[in-house]
Design a protein around this ligand. Structure first.
Ligand code: FES
Length: 126
């Protein structure tokens, strides 16, 4: 267990470690992301975290980037490496987006993001 001082961190990458994502190379993606962060000397800027299932198993492996709130599906180690590089350049990764977070909440980036079971009733204003 480690307690990191995360002041100054610019990006938090959440890499799904649930069983569906693990079956589709989720752990390789996390490893590649960690290696690329180290290679780029960006440990203080990008903080990767392995999570449990994030509820989009059909799109495994899933990675989420914050603070942008972009959800990526069907990721690969190569795309994970590209995500780190683009993040450091301040550029978005356009490939494999599922959702983007905005004023109206999560918005599907492609038709794929509109698929799946609806969660509860549509809420009133939050
Ligand atoms: S196991 Fe990754 S989204 Fe479910």
């Amino acid at each position: 267990m480690t307690t990191w001082n995360l002041e100054g961190t610019k990006c938090h990458l959440l890499v799904c470690g649930g069983s569906s994502c693990k079956k589709r190379r989720g752990e390789d993606i996390l490893e590649t992301i960690e290696e690329e962060i180290e290679k780029q000397g960006a440990e203080a800027l990008i903080h990767p975290t392995q999570t449990r299932c994030m509820g989009r198993c059909g799109d495994a492996p899933v990675v989420i980037a914050y603070p942008e709130g972009v959800w990526y599906g069907e990721m690969s180690p190569k795309l994970g490496k590209t995500l780190v590089r683009k993040t450091l350049l301040g550029e978005p990764l356009e490939e494999n987006r599922m959702y983007t977070y905005g004023e109206e909440g999560m918005k599907a980036s492609t038709e794929r993001g509109t698929k799946g079971k609806r969660k509860g009733k549509k809420a009133a204003k939050v």
